[in-house]
Design a protein around this ligand. Structure first.
Ligand code: AMP
Length: 265
């Protein structure tokens, strides 16, 4: 089974994000970067599928040369090789999906796994747009019932379950109020949600091995995809500063203020 997994380099959500005075971006000084957390879950799931069924895990990133660090991190977790489609400047989900379509045509995977969204701009569109472009079946928000983290339980109930003939994939996906199960014909596109698995930490031997694994770089422009943006960010604004809270003496004062000042009851 050949698995293609997308890995985006994003600002660490734990960093303090400040908007530049000109509103044209964020202040990058002092900001740390990491693999998009949902993509870590996608890499973990791909490695687990490979461990059960054999095959190859190829990780891809679209962006500047610095994204090689996140690809190396995925290789250290256990991915086999990496492709970096180098692109300077902004890339919206439409451009990302167009580029990924070209990489899919080159790599011919059985399954493309993506995070459900990138936590930098929270678009939640790339997987859906890619499936649309390819005309492949898709399942978004792949998940798993909680409490299945022990190896025995994992083996009994894998997050993504391949049929015996390897032609179909069963995916439990999050919907309002619960889970639903879909069965997809392969090749397919799956985007992963938070509860699907807990990504492993890279081991020291894994980190050493990753240094020798193939990381191929291609110029995004040479792939012939239409990268013209459909979404243009005009201006970023800081959220309004929150006013301080008020301490009330008792419940009756709380009600008085809610009724008289806030006018919510
Ligand atoms: P988005 O639609 O931007 O929220 O992104 C959804 C998913 O698409 C992410 O979790 C990534 O797996 C993938 N993706 C989007 N942009 C990129 C990128 N520049 N490089 C690699 N993967 C990406």
């Amino acid at each position: 089974m050949k698995l293609l997994v997308t890995v985006k380099r994003v600002e660490d959500p734990e960093s303090r994000i400040r908007v530049r005075p000109d509103g044209q971006g964020i202040v990058t000084d002092g900001v740390n970067y990491k693999m998009n957390p949902f993509d870590e879950i996608a890499v973990e799931e791909a490695i687990r599928l490979k461990e059960r069924h054999g095959g190859e895990v190829v990780v891809v990133s679209l962006g500047g040369p610095a994204a090689a660090a996140e690809l190396r991190a995925a290789l250290a977790m256990g991915a086999d090789r990496a492709v970096l489609a180098r692109h300077a400047g902004a890339l919206d989900p439409s451009g990302a999906a167009a580029l990924l379509e070209r990489l899919v045509a080159q790599e011919r995977p059985d399954l493309v796994l993506l995070g459900k969204q990138a936590v930098d701009d929270d678009q939640n569109q790339t997987g859906q747009l890619l499936a649309g472009r390819l005309g492949w079946p898709q399942a978004t928000f792949a998940s798993k019932k909680e409490g299945l983290e022990s190896p025995a339980e994992q083996a009994r109930e894998p997050g993504l379950a391949l049929s015996a003939d390897g032609a179909r994939l069963r995916v439990a996906r999050e919907i309002d109020g619960g889970l639903e199960t879909l069965e997809l014909e392969l090749p397919a596109v799956v985007t992963v949600d938070l509860r699907l698995n807990r990504p492993r930490f890279a081991s020291l031997p894994g980190i050493m091995k990753a240094k020798k694994k193939e990381l191929r770089e291609v110029e995004a422009g040479a792939l012939g995809a239409d990268l013209s943006p459909r979404v243009v960010v005009r201006r970023l604004l800081e959220p309004p500063a929150r006013a301080g809270g008020v301490k009330v003496a008792d419940v009756s004062e709380l009600f008085q203020r809610l009724r008289g000042e806030a006018k919510v009851v």
